[in-house]
Design a protein around this ligand. Structure first.
Ligand SMILES: NC(=O)c1ccc[n+]([C@@H]2O[C@H](COP(=O)([O-])OP(=O)(O)OC[C@H]3O[C@@H](n4cnc5c(N)ncnc54)[C@H](OP(=O)(O)O)[C@@H]3O)[C@@H](O)[C@H]2O)c1
Length: 344
């Protein structure tokens, strides 16, 4: 694409969502505009977005002001025009992209977050996996467990939202390290999947079973050593009661809060002192330097099917991303959700 050419760009704009209101399809508006292709300054590039990743955190990227604005998520994209020697035309990249056909990267902080996929990819692994099990969610599960989990064989770990992208991988990684793995999910099908497909030692449906009773029974006399928290609700209080001395809570996800709920403050935090527990948070953005090691270790396991994952690849235009995102937030899917908007 050269200067002077025009591009036709479909983009999704989101309007202000009042506090306490869940997003619905009327909050999104799509428009198609034809504009001049940008003249790229040094380091800038223009990509065509191919496969968007739907992630729960995007909910927090929605604008706070009253003016409509673009939404930024992650996407696998192809470079169509470049003034950046690290990303030649034709390269496949993984980047924080706006919900539109073409994204013009001009802000240094976004350019810094573009990752080259050519060379890192295994051709036997489907490309959308680089949004999920081999993308930021997978890396988060791997890195958080390695960095702050202090996993020991024989210990018991409980994972909330275990059938989601992070939960599936966290559970399998903990199994590979010899831990006893318990998980919870929101449907009986997901619970069977955890036990029968992923080899979890125990799982329960947090929507139909009493969480304290179910978790207490599954943990049994051995007690709990690690709570891998992806939800941020009052389950933390139950976990604190069940944790053994020197147990750990890994605060990694806040699924409850993505649905506009108040964060829950556990009332038994005093037990952190009595049981000498560690309650630690983790944010992936500080740790991207480890992506290379993650791919080195995990790509082969995913390619051989030794690490399993489920994902959904929906094929539709950019204009319907908002509507699909609303459905996604309701928990309608299992594992990673991708929207493919163009042929690769
Ligand atoms: N700390 C970091 O750096 C970092 C990095 C990446 C992701 N995260 C966070 O990790 C969490 C999980 O991400 P993910 O990519 O694994 O999500 P995901 O694959 O999109 O999984 C979402 C699933 O979570 C379950 N869920 C939704 N609301 C829930 C609730 N209130 N209580 C329990 N389960 C609920 C739903 O399944 P059910 O049918 O089981 O309810 C839903 O399908 C998110 O909060 C995400 O923002 C954190």
């Amino acid at each position: 694409m050269t200067a002077g050419m025009q591009i036709t760009n479909t983009r999704v704009l989101i309007s202000h969502i009042p506090e306490g209101v869940a997003p619905n399809k009327d909050h999104f508006r799509a428009e198609t505009i034809t504009v001049d292709a940008p003249v790229l300054k040094k380091d800038e590039l223009l990509v065509k977005n191919l496969i968007f990743s739907l992630d729960p955190y995007i909910r927090h990227e929605f604008p706070e002001g009253k003016i409509e604005s673009l939404v930024t998520g992650f996407a696998i994209a192809r470079v169509v025009s470049t003034n950046n020697e690290n990303f030649p035309v034709g390269s496949l990249v993984f980047s924080p992209s706006t919900w539109e056909t073409y994204t013009h990267f001009h802000e240094p902080q976004y350019i810094a977050d573009i990752t080259m996929l050519d060379g890192a990819m295994d051709p036997s692994v489907p490309l959308p996996a680089y949004n999920g099990v081999l993308g930021v969610p997978g890396f988060t599960a791997w890195d958080s467990l390695n960095r702050i989990g202090d996993l020991k064989a024989g210990e018991t770990i409980y994972i909330s939202s275990a059938a989601g992208t992070l939960g599936q991988l966290a559970g399998q990684l903990a199994k590979r390290k010899g831990l006893r793995v318990i998980g919870s999910a929101g449907t009986d099908e997901k619970v069977s999947f955890l036990k029968n497909e992923l080899g979890f030692d125990g799982a329960f449906n947090y929507k139909t079973q009493d969480r304290r009773t179910a978790l207490t029974e599954l943990v049994g006399e051995a007690g709990l050593d690690i709570y891998y928290d992806l939800v941020g609700d009052d389950t933390t209080e139950i976990a604190i009661d069940l944790l053994n001395p020197h147990g750990r809570i890994l605060a990694v996800g806040i699924l409850l809060i993505h649905q506009n709920s108040e964060p829950y403050a556990p009332k038994n935090l005093i037990n952190i002192l009595f049981k000498q527990l560690r309650y630690q948070g983790y944010i992936v953005f500080e740790h991207y330097g480890g992506l290379g090691r993650f791919w080195e270790e995990m790509t082969v396991l995913v390619a051989k099917g030794e690490i399993k994952y489920t994902d959904t690849v929906l094929k539709h235009g950019v204009e319907a991303i908002g509507e699909t995102y609303v459905k996604f937030l309701s928990g309608a899917f299992q594992g990673k959700v991708n929207i493919q908007v163009a042929e690769v």
